[in-house]
Design a protein around this ligand. Structure first.
Ligand code: GLU
Length: 489
């Protein structure tokens, strides 16, 4: 069997679009599954947009997601001479021809078609020039484009897309398309095919927007005498209003970087994105790398458009709630040493990282993460909602605090009193903390929840969180005492 070779050929845009990332993920999975190779090819023929930064944005996105490739990056622009040579080969074999029609002539025909409400298609004026006519035009030095000679007659291009099934396009509906511009620049459609042939691509797995190119590309494969790859087109990703998601209309939310900056775990994003248009055939939603590679298949791709619903759910979440849910799942379940590595940059970003968390306070740090991760959704939550664990200048959920103090103004005196009980202990353990809290509540004739919830507020800044006795014991006696004392001021 021939080796599976797939490719991810982004055009440089400066960022990795989540739709592009999904394409990359599916190709990566397919290569891994079949022990094949993934080729990264930057389709940078639009030289104006292809700056170093615009390429870097994509490569960084792929690396952050953990998607490795086996070959490349190759740069399409480096192969321009080869693309041109292919066009000239087609020309010499009669599979393509020079077209001398001027822009004005073409425009006049286009307008005429619009006037008579007929479909415009190149009329083939230069398709069958005889050798004398051709020579006459060539000697006058007229500029020309190279057009592909689409077969005429009743036939059609037919192929089986692995997702969309049997597809046919009649020859009569395909115009003699341009493969080289008058400026001698090969066109994308041709370059893409020549590159895929050279890179020995066996499976073209790409977005549904490539589907309309496929019949013309198949004609090019045939004319170039190359075997056809398998084609599999993936459904588009649409928003809740069924509009294609784009940076222009949706902003940064469609870029991988956005998720990176907001505290996503890379694999969680991979896991979310692969489910946009692919299904394992059962109701599983969470996959380890190995599970996903085993479960992935082109047959599992769905034809229905995938909906990226960034509007659904709780407005405090910044993206599709399913993405948040999957990320939260990974936050809660990955090994805590791994989580520690991922939280580090989030704390560094806001200046509350302490080197000791990797040295003598490593155990404390990891246990803290374990305690607080239950309620968190992103890595950034550790730096914001979890700030009180790592810094003394944290903000308090003021409304929640007033709710407590409003009902029991005495807490202002009680909490410093509680502070002294904790200060008197040689060391706080959860059991001791529970005993002290209960005795304290009883002494004041209130339910234990009253001082405990208020203490939670002033110690952690949050109204909810892990078991408070654990917090008393773990956050550090000095913090407990200082913060409870300060509640009296
Ligand atoms: N460069 C194209 C794009 O970014 C890739 C098309 C293809 O996969 O053939 O849309």
């Amino acid at each position: 069997m021939t080796e599976v070779r797939v490719r991810f050929p982004p055009s440089p845009t400066g960022y990795l679009h989540i739709g592009g990332a999904r394409t990359a993920i599916c190709n990566w999975l397919f290569a891994k599954k079949h022990g094949g190779k993934l080729v990264l090819r930057i389709e940078d023929t639009d030289t104006e947009r292809s700056t170093e930064e615009s390429i870097e944005g994509i490569i960084n996105g792929l690396k952050w997601l953990g998607l490795d490739w086996d070959e490349g990056p190759y740069f399409q622009s480096a192969y321009a001479a080869e693309h041109l040579a292919a066009a000239h080969r087609l020309l010499s074999e009669g599979a393509a021809y020079k077209c001398f029609c001027t822009v004005e002539e073409l425009e006049a025909r286009r307008q005429e078609a619009a006037r008579t409400k007929s479909d415009y298609r190149y009329n083939g004026a230069c398709r069958d020039l005889n050798p004398e006519e051709l020579a006459a035009r060539e000697t006058t030095g007229l500029t020309f484009v190279i057009r592909f000679r689409v077969p005429r007659g009743e036939g059609f291009v037919a192929f089986k897309d692995r997702v969309y099934g049997g597809i046919e396009q009649a020859y009569r509906d395909i115009e003699d398309f341009v493969i080289v511009r008058s400026s001698n620049l090969p066109l994308y459609l041709l370059s893409n095919v020549v590159d895929d042939i050279r890179d020995r691509i066996t499976h073209v797995i790409r977005g549904q927007d490539g589907l309309s190119n496929t019949p013309r590309q198949i004609l090019l494969y045939r004319a170039l005498g190359a075997p056809l790859p398998v084609f599999a087109h993936m459904p588009l990703t649409l928003d809740h209003k069924k509009a294609k998601i784009s940076k222009r209309n949706h902003g940064e939310i469609v870029t991988v970087q956005y998720y990176q900056e907001r505290g996503f775990i890379p694999w969680a994003l991979v896991n979310f994105l692969v489910l946009l248009g692919w299904s394992p055939g059962d109701d599983r939603e969470i996959f380890s790398r190995e599970e996903l590679i085993a479960a992935f298949s082109l047959e599992g791709m769905t034809r229905a458009n995938a909906i990226f619903n960034h509007r659904k759910g709780d407005p405090k979440f910044f993206t599709d709630p399913k993405a948040i849910k999957i990320n939260a799942h990974y936050l809660r379940t990955i090994p805590v040493a791994k989580l520690a590595e991922l939280v580090k940059p989030a704390l560094q970003k806001v200046g509350i990282w302490d080197e000791a968390y990797e040295k003598d306070r490593r155990a404390w740090f990891q246990r803290t993460l374990e305690l607080i991760r239950e309620r968190f959704h992103t890595l950034s939550d550790f730096a914001s909602l979890g700030r009180a664990w790592f810094a003394d200048d944290f903000s308090m959920d003021e409304t929640a605090l007033h709710k407590h103090l409003g009902k029991y103004p005495q807490l202002k005196e009680w909490l410093p009193e509680l502070a002294e009980r904790f200060a008197a202990l040689p060391q706080i353990t959860p059991d001791e903390a529970e005993r002290i809290s209960r005795e304290f509540a009883e002494a004041h004739g209130v339910k234990p929840g009253i001082p405990i919830n208020a203490a939670r507020m002033v110690i952690t800044g949050q109204s909810k969180g892990p078991n408070m006795f654990e917090i008393f014991a773990h956050i550090g006696q000095d913090k407990v005492v200082k913060r409870l004392r300060a509640a009296g001021q």
